[in-house]
Design a protein around this ligand. Sequence first.
Ligand SMILES: Nc1ncnc2c1ncn2[C@@H]1O[C@H](COP(=O)(O)OP(=O)(O)OP(=O)(O)O)[C@@H](O)[C@H]1O
Ligand SMILES: [Mg+2]
Length: 260
Amino acid sequence: MTRTAAPPAIELRGVSKHFRLESGEQVRAVDELSLTVPAGEFVCVLGPSGHGKSTILNLVAGFAEPSEGEILSAGKPVTGPGPDRGVVFQRDTLFLWRRVAENIAFGLRAKGLPKPERDEVVARYLRIIGMESYGRAWPKQLSGGMRRRVAIAAVFANEPEVLLMDEPFVGLDYARRATLHTVLLQLWERSRATVFFITHDVDEALALADRILVVVRGKIVMEERITQPRPRSVEDLGTAAVAELRTQILSLLELGAGSA
Ligand SMILES: Nc1ncnc2c1ncn2[C@@H]1O[C@H](COP(=O)(O)OP(=O)(O)OP(=O)(O)O)[C@@H](O)[C@H]1O
Ligand SMILES: [Mg+2]
């Protein structure tokens, strides 16, 4: 019996995205970029501001169309947004007029899952994010970090194959971020979803990623695999090899920022 290998979760083939500004000038936000992300991989994307990271994510999410090239998700051309690709943005995306449990159950309800099963899923996710007693709370009664935990649980509850995260933890203090990293890794390890995670924080990328991509001027200028097992401790990340990689990435980011 022959077995066909599973198609990559995300594939970009020669993708460019151009924008025309009011002045008539053309911006090449993404420039002939090719990328293959196998199913289950955790990819972190770093890059200077304005160099195309969110544009790549929006193209994969199906919120925008490429000017050139092709984008595939699980081997199928992306023609628009879909439940197979969950998206988490840096802004809060909870429904403020729905309770925490209803926020987590929202996608499941849209899929037609009966209430007892929805309740079971919600209870499971509330447990994982350490918020068992908050199901009936309103989003405004939560801290910023708690709201983000709920937002991530709500996305994972839909069991997307691909999770697209655009700086989801920006603006949080170190301790809250560390908690969210633990929660995110727990959810990811249970689901084995593919994660495409944009961040400005090199240490966040080093803590989370299987592979780090650095994007400068719409192109991938560096690609590095991180093999240390997770959860990664400060000691793991303090090795000479990681320190060297960190320095390399930071200098690329500085160089790139200078060229914007
Ligand atoms: N809808 C749009 N119309 C016109 N130009 C756009 C649009 N979206 C993005 N751009 C331009 O494309 C380039 C890349 O933007 P993008 O948002 O992808 O950057 P980024 O790497 O995510 O930056 P940041 O780190 O600041 O979030 C920028 O020059 C931006 O002005
Ligand atoms: Mg962005």
